[in-house]
Structure formats: structure tokens, C-alpha cells
Design a protein around this ligand. Structure first.
Ligand code: FAD
Length: 432
């Protein structure tokens, strides 16, 4: 059997590519060495959002008196939270498997090997001591956690996001190395469960890449909830449960009952792809985290669509203009387009419009004492360049802004749209 397309890796990039290719009549084979769904479904997006939702429910129950509801003896059981997370993962992975079957995709469970050398004949993929042949390959092998060479770390029983999501006992204290999105989401989760959380971040602000003003506002909210932040601070060594940090040349020793390492992720291999996701070999495409570009599941999905469409003869280049970024803390941050910091570096003129989230009636009715802000960045010609929101449910309403930015809409055009009332999304129309 000669396949039209072989896909290596069954995460969001791989399963999206496989489903689209199969449905469009390409004889497709998908290789996955662990579990279908990849990092996103098994140990990333879905598990984190599932446990964060449990934390949110717990918080809401504790705060229910603010809404005229009384809940007594509110408690949680982490082992049940993790069991529910596992159930959600199983259900979604089964859904992906069903989609593969429906699309007629052959799925092989095993570690696939191939090479990038240009061939006139078919490409060979070796897996489980069998050789498969395909006309084209899409590499979707994803990314892995970065483990920095911090002295003492190797000898310490630290967590990465993987262990943190399977642990059933709440640590008394947790020191998180790295204040990026993953680190801050875990900080929010364990803080809600009552753990004393300390975040050590090397940069001057948490959530690098996200609007600085909103990141600082979120940090203030989290500080009020008891999370301790050490910014512009480096971890210089780890000795079991002791972490030595350094700021402005001054060293300090912090004690903790658990360490969570979240300094970032790196692609499993170095691959460069063009706007149609082709590597230097035009028959071999690369999509998702392996390209090292965005490291987000929704980018991976779109890149996979672009690659398969290209194979099918549709030339739609990948656009990175409006990739939303979300921090699923409570409250959430969601952001799309350019930040002020990027525009300043690029020397692009802009103006900022800003409103407190309390201008949305729905936000006030659902967020007792809740704060937040909607910030819209406009170019000189009235084009919307960036939208940055702090407040729930920012992750759901940001898509409105994403469409506007992708389509190059002007403030006046978006303002002329009718938004349903009362919705939190109206804050965008109000701010414009
Ligand atoms: C804790 C955490 C939270 C996250 N939260 C979010 C979020 O909220 N939103 C978001 O957009 N992104 C989030 N991400 C990132 C998201 O998970 C990734 O961007 C996404 O999974 C990338 O998809 P992918 O298909 O490129 O790779 P992956 O999902 O990494 O899948 C790659 C797959 O390839 C397989 N593979 C690798 N090599 C081979 C081989 N040689 N043979 C066979 N199979 C192979 C792997 O086993 C893996 O299953 C999160 C990540 C983490 C770790």
C-alpha cells in the first residue's frame, strides 16, 4: 500500500491534518507513539482547563454568599478533581479516535522514523519494525518541556506540568520556577486549593509576550489572593526543598514543599516551514509546536489545515496576524493582535482606548467585586491593531476581536456591528 499522506504525531496538528486529508479522499496514515490527542488533550490544554474549572467551581461555592446563596462546609477532593480530569481526557481522546475511523485514516501506535531527504520515488517511514510508503509527509511531532541546567535540579524530585496534573495530594507550599502562561495557570489553581504559592520569574514581569499593563494587573489580583512573586529574579540552585534565588546580586534561600518547573517548551526537532508549511523538502510539511513558532494548539490546527489544503491544490498561506493568546486564570486574560510593547519596538503609531469591564452590565451582574479592563489599540488609519482583555470570560469574547483583526477591520466597521445585549462581549463595542 502506498499512502498519499503520512502524518507523524497525533496531537492537534496531526489529527486535524489526518481528518481533513482523509475526508478529502487522500489515503492517509497517522503515526502516534503515545496517545492520540497529543500534549493538548492528554497533558496540556484540556487537563489544565478541566482542573482550573474545578477550582473555579470551588471558589464560586465559597463566594456564593455574595450572590445571595448559602453553601456550607464547602470543600474539595483533589483525587476526585484528577479523576474527573482523566474522564474528560478519555472522552475526548475517544472522540478523536472515532473521527479518524470516520475519515478512513489508518492509525499506527508506535515511534515513527523517517528522513527529510528529497526522493523521486515514495518516502519510507519505519515504525514497529515495518516500513510504510507515502507520497508526502506532514511532521507534527510537537514540543517538550525545557529542563534548564540549574545546579541540583536533576537530583531533586521536581514536577513539570505533567506530574502536577496527576498529583493527588495538595502540597503545603509550591515554588514555581517560571511565570509564563503555564506557570501562572498552575499558580492560580494551587492557590485556590490553599497551597502557599511562590513564583520566581527571571523577567521584570510575568506572562512575557502578553500586554504588560494587563499582566501587572493580573499579578496584583493574584498577589491579593496570597501568591508571592519574585520578579527579575533567577533561580541559581536547588537543593532538595531549598531554592536559592538571586536578584540584583543579592542571594536568598527559599524553602518549599514542592517545586514546579515551567520555564517553557521546545520543539522536538528543528524544522523550518514556509507559509504553506513546507520544509526545505517540498514533499515534507511541518505543522504545530514542532515549527517552534507559536506553541499553541489553535495555531497547530490552522497550520495543519493550510498544509493539507496545499497538498489538495488550494494555496492559502498561513496567517499569524490574529492568533489569540489566553491565560486561563481567574480572572482570565485574552489577547489578540499587537501589544503596545511590540508596536513601540516596530515604531508604529497608535492610540489606546480603554474601559473598565464594569461598563458591561452583564459583567457587573455576574462578577461581584470583579475588576478588569478592555484595551483596544487602534492604528493611525483607524484599523484595529490589538485587543487585550482582563476579566471573565475574556477567552470566549476575544474571538470577536480576532476576526476583526484578521479581516483588517476599522474601529468604525466593528462599531457598526450589532452585539447581543446583555453580554460581556459588548465591552468591545463600548470601548471602540
Ligand atoms: C500544561 C500545558 C497547558 C497548555 N495549555 C494550552 C492552552 O490552553 N491552549 C493552547 O492553545 N495550547 C496550550 N498548550 C500547548 C498545546 O498543548 C500545544 O500547542 C499543542 O499540543 C501542539 O500541538 P501539536 O500537534 O503541534 O503537538 P503535540 O500536541 O505535542 O503532539 C505531538 C504528538 O506527536 C507524537 N510524536 C512525537 N514524535 C513522534 C514520532 N517519532 N512518532 C510517532 N509519534 C510521535 C507525540 O507523542 C505527541 O502525541 C499547553 C501545553 C501544556 C504543556
Amino acid at each position: 500500500m502506498i499512502y498519499d499522506l503520512a502524518i507523524i504525531g497525533g496531537g492537534p496538528a496531526g489529527y486535524t491534518a489526518a481528518e481533513l486529508a482523509g475526508k478529502n479522499g487522500l489515503k492517509t496514515i497517522l503515526f502516534e507513539k503515545n496517545a492520540l490527542g497529543g500534549v493538548c488533550l492528554n497533558e496540556g490544554c484540556i487537563p489544565t482547563k478541566t482542573v482550573l474549572y474545578s477550582a473555579k467551581v470551588y471558589n464560586t461555592a465559597k463566594d456564593s454568599a455574595k450572590y445571595g446563596i448559602s453553601c456550607e462546609n464547602v470543600s474539595y477532593d483533589l483525587s476526585k478533581i484528577i479523576a474527573r480530569k482523566n474522564k474528560v481526557v478519555r472522552k475526548l481522546v475517544a472522540g478523536i479516535r472515532a473521527k479518524m475511523t470516520e475519515a478512513g485514516v489508518d492509525v499506527v501506535n508506535g515511534n515513527a522514523k523517517w528522513n527529510y531527504e528529497l526522493r523521486i520515488t515514495n518516502y519510507e517511514i519505519e515504525c514497529n519494525e515495518q516500513v510504510y510508503q507515502a507520497k508526502k509527509i506532514i511532521v507534527c511531532t510537537g514540543s517538550e518541556t525545557v529542563i534548564p541546567p540549574i545546579p541540583g535540579l536533576k537530583e531533586t524530585n521536581f514536577w513539570t506540568s505533567r506530574e502536577a496534573l496527576d498529583n493527588k495530594e495538595v502540597p503545603e507550599s509550591l515554588l514555581i520556577i517560571g511565570g509564563g502562561v503555564i506557570g501562572i495557570e498552575f499558580a492560580s489553581f494551587f492557590n485556590t486549593l490553599g497551597t502557599k504559592v511562590v513564583v520566581v520569574e527571571m523577567m521584570e514581569e510575568i506572562l512575557g509576550g502578553i500586554d504588560k499593563e494587563l499582566s501587572a494587573l493580573l499579578r496584583n489580583e493574584l498577589t491579593k489572593k496570597g501568591i508571592e512573586f519574585h520578579l527579575s529574579t533567577k533561580v541559581i540552585s536547588v537543593n532538595n526543598r531549598q531554592v536559592e534565588i538571586e536578584k540584583d546580586g543579592e542571594k536568598q534561600l527559599l524553602e518549599t514543599s514542592q517545586i514546579l518547573l515551567s520555564v517553557g517548551r521546545k520543539p522536538t526537532q528543528t524544522v523550518v516551514a514556509n507559509e504553506f508549511m513546507q520544509t526545505s523538502n517540498p514533499d515534507i510539511y511541518a505543522c504545530g509546536d514542532v515549527t517552534g513558532f507559536s506553541l499553541l494548539a489553535h495555531t497547530a490546527v490552522r497550520e495543519a489545515e493550510v498544509a493539507v489544503n496545499h497538498i489538495l491544490g488550494k494555496k492559502e498561506p498561513m496567517s499569524y496576524k490574529a492568533i489569540p493568546g489566553v491565560v486561563y486564570t481567574n480572572p482570565e486574560i485574552a489577547s489578540v493582535g499587537k501589544t503596545e510593547e511590540v508596536l513601540q519596538t516596530e515604531g508604529i503609531a497608535y492610540t489606546v482606548k480603554k474601559l473598565p469591564m464594569a461598563y458591561s452590565g452583564r459583567f457587573v451582574s455576574e462578577n461581584e467585586q470583579g475588576s478588569g479592563v478592555c484595551k483596544i489599540i487602534e492604528g493611525e488609519d483607524g484599523t484595529i491593531l490589538g485587543v487585550h482583555i482582563l476579566g471573565n470570560p475574556a477567552s470566549e469574547i476575544i474571538v470577536i476581536a480576532g476576526i476583526a483583526i484578521e479581516k483588517g477591520m476599522k474601529v468604525e466597521e466593528l462599531k457598526a456591528m450589532v452585539f447581543p445585549h446583555p453580554t460581556v462581549g459588548e465591552i468591545i463595542k463600548e470601548t471602540l
